[in-house]
Design a protein around this ligand. Structure first.
Ligand code: FAD
Length: 595
């Protein structure tokens, strides 16, 4: 079994050279964010991940979470790991000091989050949902709600959940039926929620559920949904825990992966709940949580890809099979061109997705704190454009990478001992929850591109154009293939944007038939942009005689490989998108099955 090692060199390279850690550190409130501090944090996170979480990943998968009458039990070792997680101060990283947080930038917290998720995705889901709940309270909750819940949640003493899904309301939250009836200073919440991550567990004394429900006279559809805080235990005025609330976990799901993460059916039976913000504005508040969570799930794609890659690499160096094509010796499989191709695909796609996610995290910091209003707005528009890309593309490629990891293991990948299969099983949920890839793609095309008439995406294409000028400089001869592939990607995106803008109003089926291929095109192009930036930096560092010459040479080779094997798909994807709905919509429903 391979042990997870945080890819600190690549993380630091991306933070410093691509995502602009130095610029983020100049934003108001981040004066203490020095490269040394960040390096120390990442090293400690790496140790915690390798030493505490990684050893529980396989055993947690085998044992799974258990439902009992007294509550859900997490697998052996999880409670102790959670205790250490709190003691290490890990839950507090990105939150404001006034609430007990460490006030670190999203960018730094993102690198830490990747590390924890790589080593144990099931464990990391609990903090993921808690952070989303904290953000929603921070932005939309009353002072009383904040005072009652935020400090405990930021410290990790209580966890948070996101209760959206009901049996009849999955992608379409307009169909939510849970009810909320006002009673004095609170509401009584009734209804059933399904698939609630960490809806119940034994890691903390209390769980703070954020629940979508409707008041009796609320309008139909999304305009009638409100958001409520429903704690597992009510909280007394002195902050201590009071009565058990009528919010219970009826069962947990048996599922393909993330076995250690309990996925709960929650029953609310006149449970006491407190309104967040105003009635009927719940969905917009929930989007705050969902956007944070969508970004984090995109990061799960990166994290699982990294873990699967490390495992496959270790196996490929160890497994001896077949002869060297030139020398005739029996060799480890890493010597075979096809295995190297798969490893390069894994490495290059992981690095591209990491670079894009971190770049977007840096933009989130600028959107929140840049002193200039226009700059904040520009960064926010870019973040909004890229969230569905980070979510949809990184998770789809995370599954591809995890599947390649199984392939590299041969038969040993299909059985459970090596752990390769677990990564594929765990990765499989990432394209489903927090909005499926189809929903992300609809969001990208409909809300993020059509709604502003393509302004933000065209602004980004302008950035690519400018960057092309940098790549055209003399001295970048070995990067010309990369430059051409990136230009083809940008051209493809531009063609698709024009197509979407021309069709979305009059023929939405045509605009949306290619939404997922378009999302993929955006992803591989944005990833290619980051890989090309990385290659350019690496080339300059090499020319300057920087000590890490092997790392930089590998960066350039990996970027060139990405251009030839991944970015090269761009023209085909663009043709698929602009081909429109004809092929997709051709069959009548009964024609699908030729029985
Ligand atoms: C392990 C796990 C954990 C989860 N955790 C949580 C949680 O903590 N909180 C929570 O509230 N929910 C949670 N969920 C629920 C999850 O968010 C939903 O499963 C997801 O949003 C999809 O909804 P659905 O399952 O009803 O699928 P459906 O909405 O029925 O979708 C089925 C298929 O139809 C497609 N589709 C649906 N509508 C459209 C459309 N308009 N355009 C194009 N395609 C469409 C989808 O892309 C998908 O391929 C979790 C689910 C799982 C399995």
């Amino acid at each position: 079994m391979s042990t997870y090692v945080a890819p600190l060199k690549d993380m630091k390279f991306v933070l410093n050279e691509l995502a602009g850690l130095a610029q983020v550190a100049r934003l108001p409130g981040y004066a203490d964010v020095t490269p040394d501090t960040v390096e120390a944090i990442l090293e400690e996170a790496g140790k915690f991940a390798s030493g505490v979480l990684d050893p529980l990943n396989h055993s947690g998968d085998r044992e799974g979470a258990h439902w009992t009458q007294a509550g859900v039990k997490t697998p052996r070792g999880f409670r102790e790991a959670y205790r250490q997680y709190i003691e290490g101060g890990w839950p507090t990283l990105p939150f404001q000091p006034e609430w007990g947080g460490q006030g670190l930038p999203k960018l730094v917290a993102t690198a830490v989050e990747e590390t924890l998720t790589s080593s144990n995705m099931s464990f990391s889901l609990c903090p993921l949902l808690t952070q989303g709940a904290i953000h929603a309270l921070e932005l939309c909750g009353s002072e009383t709600l904040k005072k009652t819940f935020m400090g405990k949640m930021i410290a990790g003493a209580w966890t948070g959940t996101m209760n959206l899904t009901e049996p009849q309301a999955g992608s379409d939250l307009a169909l939510v039926r849970s009810r909320a009836v006002a009673k004095g200073d609170h509401y009584l919440i009734s209804g059933q929620k399904i698939f609630i991550t960490y809806g119940d567990h034994d890691l903390t004394d209390n769980i703070v559920h954020l629940v979508l429900a409707r008041t009796p006279d609320a309008p139909e559809g999304v305009k009638g949904i409100s958001l409520f805080v429903v704690p597992k235990f009510l909280v007394k005025s002195d902050g201590s825990l009071g009565e058990r609330n009528r919010a219970t976990c009826a069962s947990i799901e048996h599922k393909l992966g993330i076995h250690a993460s309990p996925t709960a059916v929650m029953v609310f039976d006149n449970a006491v709940g407190y309104l967040v913000g105003e009635e009927n504005k719940g969905l917009s508040y929930m989007f705050v949580m969902m956007n944070a969570a969508r970004f984090s799930v995109g990061l799960e794609g990166v994290a699982i890809a990294e873990r699967a890659f490390q495992r496959a690499l270790a196996y490929a160096r160890d497994r001896v099979q077949g002869k060297d094509l030139t020398g005739g010796r029996t060799v480890p499989i890493i010597q075979h061109p096809d295995v190297r191709r798969m490893l390069m695909l894994m490495k290059s796609q992981t690095e591209a997705a990491r670079a894009l996610a971190y770049f977007v995290a840096g933009a989130m910091d600028a959107a929140a704190r840049h002193p200039d209003k226009d700059s904040r707005a520009r960064n926010q528009a870019f973040v909004d454009l890229m969230i569905p890309v980070v979510k949809g593309w990184s998770t789809e490629s995370g599954i591809e990478v995890a599947s390649m990891g199984v392939q590299i293991h041969g038969g040993m990948g299909f059985v459970e001992e090596t752990g390769a299969a677990q990564h594929l099983r765990d990765a499989r949920i990432t394209t489903i929850y927090e909005g499926t890839t189809g929903i992300q793609a609809n969001d990208l095309v409909g809300r993020k591109i059509a709604r502003d008439g393509g302004t933000t995406v065209k602004g980004w294409l302008g950035v690519l154009q400018q960057f092309d000028g940098e790549l055209a400089n003399p001295g970048t001869a070995e990067l010309q293939g990369l430059r051409a592939a990136l230009a083809a990607g940008a051209k493809g995106v531009a063609q698709c944007v024009e197509y979407v803008l021309a069709t979305v109003g009059k023929d939405p089926n045509a605009a949306l038939s290619g939404a997922v291929p378009f999302l993929k095109l955006m992803g591989i192009t944005a990833g290619g942009w980051q890989m090309a930036r990385a290659a350019l930096v690496a080339q300059r560092k090499l020319a300057a005689g920087d000590g890490e010459s092997k790392f930089y040479a590998a960066k350039i080779a990996t970027a060139c490989f990405y251009a030839e094997h991944v970015l090269s798909q761009a023209p085909g994807l663009a043709a698929t998108v602009t081909g429109g709905a004809a092929a997709v919509m051709a069959l009548e429903e009964e024609q699908f099955l030729a029985a």
